[in-house]
Design a protein. Structure first.
Length: 119
């Protein structure tokens, strides 16, 4: 007799369950979309930071190479100097040039740092 009983879900309960499932799926889909967006944003920011850090490193290396080349050039010219006046003139020119160069390089590095901070 117990086997003859059929279990039926009332139509209202079935409709309520279906609506609940639809709402749960929508909430899950929204969560997944938000997560994908967050991951995409994080990846973009990480790539930008990596690119900016690489650019800053390359900029600094370029400056170091130029400064070193200028120092070697200065040393080479000093070796060829004929007297103390020429040595002094070369040193004054070198110092003026380095001050201007370092000022430009500091400005460029500051701009690069600002670029990193803004993104």
């Amino acid at each position: 007799m117990a086997q003859d009983m059929k279990f039926e879900i009332p139509p209202e309960m079935r409709e309520f369950a279906e609506k609940s499932m639809d709402q749960a799926k929508q909430a899950f889909d929204s969560f997944v979309a938000a997560t994908r967006h967050a991951v995409g944003t994080a990846e973009t920011q990480a790539k930008t930071l990596h690119t900016n850090a690489r650019e800053a490193g390359q900029l600094a290396m370029g400056f170091a190479e130029r400064n070193l080349a200028a120092s070697f050039d200065f040393a080479h010219r000093l070796l060829k100097a004929k007297d103390a006046k020429e040595v002094t003139d070369l040193q004054v020119d070198y110092i003026k040039s380095q001050i201007a160069t370092l000022s430009e390089q500091a400005k460029a590095l500051q701009e690069q740092a600002a670029k990193v901070v803004q993104k």
